[in-house]
Design a binder for this molecule. Sequence first.
Ligand SMILES: [Zn+2]
Length: 240
Amino acid sequence: MTFPRINLHIHSSFSDGKNSIEQIIKKSLKLKLDYIAITDHFTDSWKSWVSKLKDNIKIEEYLNTISNCQNYLNKNDKELTLFKGIEIDLSSSEGFIKKYIEPEKFNLMLFEYLDTFEAIGFLRDIIQFWKRCFKPLNEFPILGLAHFDPSYFIHGNLDILINFLKENNIYFEFNSSYSTYYSLQNKLFFEKLKENNIPVAIGCDTHNIKNLDNIDEPLDMIKYYNLENNFQILINKLKL
Ligand SMILES: [Zn+2]
């Protein structure tokens, strides 16, 4: 099975990445990537210094910059598909997320720090709020977990987690920067992903264009855990 080359976790200078969005696009074209997502940080937690996306003006500027790049790629018949993403820190305040994030403006939303049972409840409430407020639902963005560590749930609440991912159509990311998360100690988690057809993706947590195509190791891990079908489910969603 050959798969498209994807990296759905990239930071630009709108947060703590080194490069502009334009530089990222240029390099992605050179590397012949097929699908990428710009996913800058959104946070008002202790690490709020990492992001510039703190008010509507800056968020609009970010979205417009990506839109312009999407238009450029379309007009010039480039093979690369670019997604408008964001990485939401779940240790942010609920009010901050609800005030500034309008899901229909994004193609993809990543969540970082889903590491407790309580965090599942927090995220569930926010997704329900969005789904009540924003229509049409068929334009709801793709949702994924950024660098999620399964070991937090492997000894308890694993089924609650899996059901939550399934009900909300949230994918799991294989991230080249966190290879210890994919150790055999978490085998049961990967078996449950397979059993439940939970989509899996590849994201590199790229902060520098030098690491834009670190996608081989995550793909090997997907194959090792026999999750090719789960990866294909995700790819089919990207094609829509
Ligand atoms: Zn990240």
